[in-house]
Design a protein around this ligand. Structure first.
Ligand code: SAJ
Length: 401
């Protein structure tokens, strides 16, 4: 079987590689010539443990080749970004552009699947687009929505072992998509319709956002009440039916901090909890930045000099190099704006160099700093020997005091 993956990003590339490894002849398409070139050389342009060896294998066997343009296949997968526009309105223009570029290649019996996180009704919209432009194919293409669920850092395992939700625009489309995914997915493939599958993806990430917002709200209350929030959550979670997540310096990444807006944009009157959660998680980053600024002022008043501050971590979560929508990056930028850059030591051990931030080794920064701001709970930070001689602002629960 031949398949085309439109988009070779954090999800499209790993999925294309895993499909190719399972014997499918894959064309991976990307609009970025650099990505196409690197992929064809067997080099990953994303960071994902273990994946480069797989890529080299499938490039060698000829099962995967990258291209700037799609080729005639039997199955087409849209795995492109769906960001939001200025007013938190979802932007499906990349899905539409990818769909338009496969339109001339489609023939009766082909499978067309959207994997990109999408607002409800996107699959139906693309069906209208396809049949509008190619009326001779009406009801002859199998069309389905199948969202990805993988966690960056554990993609190889999760792509194969996670359950998937597959929603066709009709029964035959669902069957056809299930047939495709069963070639490499060992998890259960759950059948539904396209709208439910679209909402399911948004629900999963909104649910996590709401739960993190609860933890972040507790952290604000506990700060005022003089209670250690980490100890509190640990104790509350001893209840057999309570399972609170961890507070942090905010919620980042390109999924949890984005997808809930796809619900609030379309259902503003009905999505109060989801909208509030977004506000709380955004506010948490702002609150952390203010805490650092207050601590700076206190230090200056007491010591009659500016403190040296170590901002520990820039990634959007522990042990990755991904800085997209990172609250740690936002807080660091805000803090830098309020004092001279010379006093701020920026640390991100998973990134070699950065075009905006001059990075300092984490041990050196910790040793030199008067105020240490723990933003991301990277494993390497756990090796630091904590001292009471410094002010430690722990926003990620690594120090726990
Ligand atoms: N976070 C907390 N407290 C927690 C857990 C996470 O503050 O207890 C923060 C993280 O630090 C980070 C943000 O939330 O800033 C998001 O991290 P994450 O690990 O929750 O999620 P992502 O964005 O890496 O991946 C999510 C996953 N979705 C769910 O767990 C429901 C993943 O399965 C999806 O495939 C992915 O979104 C996606 O692509 O949609």
């Amino acid at each position: 079987m031949k398949a085309c993956f439109m988009g070779l990003g954090y999800i499209g590339l790993p999925t294309a590689i895993i499909a190719a490894k399972h014997g499918i002849k894959v064309t991976g398409v990307d609009i970025n010539p650099g990505v196409v070139e690197l992929t064809n050389q067997g080099k990953l342009h994303i960071v994902e443990p273990g994946l480069e060896a797989y890529l080299q294998e499938v490039v060698k066997t000829g099962n995967l080749k990258a291209s700037l343009k799609p080729e005639v296949c039997e199955a087409y997968f849209m795995v492109v970004p769906t960001p939001f526009k200025g007013n938190h309105e979802p932007d499906i223009s990349y899905v539409e552009a990818a769909t338009r570029s496969v339109l001339p290649l489609l023939k009766a019996g082909d499978l067309y699947v959207i994997e990109s996180t999408s607002p409800i009704g996107t699959t139906e919209k693309m069906r209208e687009l396809i049949y509008g432009e190619r009326p001779e194919l009406k009801d002859k293409i199998y069309i389905a929505y199948c969202p990805e669920r993988v966690l960056p850092g554990n993609v190889i395992y999760e792509l194969v072992h996670n359950d998937r939700v597959i929603g066709g625009i009709d029964e035959e489309s669902t069957n056809k998509a299930i047939e495709f995914y069963s070639q490499f997915v060992q998890g259960t493939l759950h059948r539904t319709n396209a709208r439910t599958a679209e909402m399911c993806k948004l629900t999963e990430n909104s649910s996590r956002d709401v739960q993190i917002a609860f933890a972040n709200e507790l952290s604000l209350i506990c700060d005022k009440a003089g209670i250690n929030v980490w100890e509190l959550i640990n104790l509350a979670n001893k209840h057999p039916r309570v399972n609170i997540l961890q507070p942090g310096c905010g919620v980042g990444g390109h999924c949890i901090a984005v997808d809930p807006y796809f619900i609030t944009a379309d259902f503003p009157m009905e999505s109060k909890i989801i909208a509030n959660a977004r506000e709380i998680n955004n506010y948490k980053a702002f609150w952390c930045a203010e805490k650092v600024q207050n601590e700076m002022l206190k230090f200056e008043l007491k010591h009659h000099r500016k403190p040296i501050i170590a901002m520990m971590g820039l990634a959007f979560k522990p042990n990755i190099d991904d800085l997209r929508e990172s609250p740690a990056k936002y807080i660091t930028t805000k803090v830098m704006q309020s004092c001279s850059n010379a006093d701020i030591l920026v640390v991100e051990p998973n990134v070699q160099e950065h075009k905006v931030f001059k990075l300092t080794d984490y041990k050196e920064a910790y040793d030199r700093a008067d105020i240490v701001v723990m933003l991301v709970a990277h494993d390497v930070f756990k090796t630091l020997s904590w001292t009471d001689q410094k002010v430690i602002l722990d926003f990620c629960g690594i120090y726990k005091k």
